[in-house]
Design a protein around this ligand. Structure first.
Ligand code: MN
Length: 501
């Protein structure tokens, strides 16, 4: 999945009422806008001008081509002149990909001295786009509306966010999630309706026994292991007992063997995400912690204990964030530090935290796990750097999927954690722990999250709109009273929405 192989189509709306000269001018202006957007250098996906549509047949033809072209991840529409919106109905009805309505106009300013009726008739996006918007709203179709002059960096930034989300959406359609074992027994929040998830979100779950992975592990040679351990030596600080010749070096080699097997397995299946379960490790030496950490940093989605929804969301957020500063990781709420307004949550996991979220050189260590009954696993140990990010999850509410997003401020630990043998992040959920955690719990949020420094709420809002799922945001303005009201309103909205479908 490379942004450079994808396209976003730009479709201009007009009508033939204004004559041939107008058509020529509309095409020329659209071409220049598209050229300007591409030249800005801030859009990750190239914009391709697909011409001006002047009739229902032309709209239908273009939208149907977009549906069928795998390179096309979405359409940007813009009404240069008045484009009577009945002509958009059939095309919009059939259109299945993300839509962005760019409410702009060619000229930035009114040419005060020159403006005449001809100019006004040609440059009437201000009302043409309202006519188009009415029909999209009437059809209850989600789309992103971006308002402003196309040369404005703020406008381009909003288009760039949507492009990243549209790319991640395309990437998620038919996404294969490999699950070794099932969800951890008795755990509720990591489970859910896999059929609805495939219909609604594109996630395809495939089950494998760990024995299938062991068959790959058996084919890993000592030379393969030598090469990967040499890579570890370059990238990480080895604990003394993990160095060559020391007592735990053998466990590092076993971890490398598992990583090679896992990567080959995922490639073989064409998978983009995977889950493990510490209860299902037959034939493996240790819980594959180091492997999960490194595979996450390569872009594989991961969820522990069979958490396929988090695995898939992590992959999706990684794709959105591709090439942006910051990192993305699986995390779990562990332990609180109660300290008034500075009260914080220590985020960690048994082993599996992506090294993308630290600026430190990770330490490679081996310690007992005390769960799963296997040999001591290798892991990367580090602390996440300070910064603001988003923690997100998708839960199954029975009649719908709900995405919950919490803005969080990662802070430096109050002191060193010399005896904690895993990676961690310390964060304060916005607006504070008291309200943030209460809201998260009221919304039914998971203990696992997909976290990213690189993304903002706008990305996840675009995603929820494209997916057509509920979005609940917990941020600096959240109050419990209003939050409870929002949950109740949503409950009614989604019940009625389902009944109307
Ligand atoms: Mn867990």
């Amino acid at each position: 999945m490379e942004f450079k192989d994808l396209e976003v189509w730009f479709v201009t709306g007009a009508q033939l009422l204004y004559g041939g000269d107008a058509v020529v001018a509309v095409n020329a202006h659209s071409t220049e806008i598209v050229k300007g957007l591409n030249a800005a250098g801030t859009l990750p996906v190239k914009v391709v001008f697909k011409g001006t549509v002047n009739s229902s047949a032309e709209v239908s033809k273009t939208f149907s081509e977009a549906n069928n072209d795998p390179k096309c991840i979405g359409i940007i529409t813009w009404m240069h002149t008045f484009s009577p919106a009945k002509m958009w109905i059939q095309g919009l009805k059939d259109y299945k990909k993300p839509l962005l309505h760019l409410h702009t106009q060619f000229n930035k300013e009114i040419p005060w001295a020159e403006i005449d009726m001809d100019f006004m008739n040609l440059n009437q996006s201000a009302h043409g786009d309202r006519e188009f918007g009415h029909m999209v709203s009437r059809m209850r179709k989600n789309r992103k509306v971006v308002v402003g002059h196309w040369s404005d960096a703020k406008v381009q930034a909003k288009i760039a966010v949507w492009q990243r989300v549209a790319a991640a959406w395309a990437d998620a359609q038919g996404m294969i999630i490999v699950r070794f074992g099932d969800n951890m027994n008795n755990v509720a929040v990591t489970d859910g309706d896999k059929l609805e998830a495939e219909l609604r979100l594109g996630y395809h779950n495939d089950y494998y026994g760990v024995g299938d992975l062991v068959a790959f592990q058996d084919k890993v040679t000592e030379a393969d292991v030598d090469a990967l351990v040499a890579e570890y030596e370059k990238e990480y600080i080895f604990a003394d007992d993990c160095k060559k010749g020391a007592k735990n070096h053998g466990q590092v080699r076993e971890a490398a063997r598992e990583e090679i097997a896992l990567r080959r397995f995922l490639k073989d299946k064409g998978a983009k995400a995977f889950t493990t379960n510490f209860n299902a490790l037959h034939g493996l030496n240790q819980l594959p912690g180091l492997a999960c950490q490194r595979l996450m940093a390569e872009g594989y989605g991961f969820g522990a204990e069979g958490d396929w929804k988090t695995a898939a969301l992590l992959r999706t957020m990684w794709v959105m964030a591709k090439g942006l500063p910051g990192g993305t990781s699986f995390l779990e709420d562990y332990t609180y530090h109660f300290d008034g307004e500075q009260s914080a949550i220590l985020q960690s996991h048994m082993l599996e935290v992506s090294p993308e979220i630290t600026t430190q050189k990770p330490r490679l260590e081996v310690h007992p796990l005390g769960i799963g009954g296997k040999a001591d696993p290798a892991r990367l140990v580090f602390t996440a750097h300070a910064g603001t990010g988003v923690a997100a999850t998708i839960v199954d509410m029975g009649n719908r999927f709900r995405m919950i997003v919490n803005n969080v401020d990662v802070i430096e630990p109050k002191a060193a954690l010399p005896k904690l043998p895993v990676a961690s992040a310390l964060w304060i959920p916005q607006p504070n722990l008291e309200i943030g955690a209460a809201a998260w719990i009221l919304a039914g949020g998971t203990h696992h999250t997909s976290f990213s420094y690189a993304l903002t709420n706008e990305f996840l809002e675009d995603y929820a709109d494209i997916a057509g799922i509920e979005l609940i945001t917990i941020d600096k303005d959240t109050t419990i009273n209003k939050f409870k009201f929002e949950l109740k309103v949503n409950e009614v909205f989604y019940l009625l929405n389902k009944a109307l479908q």
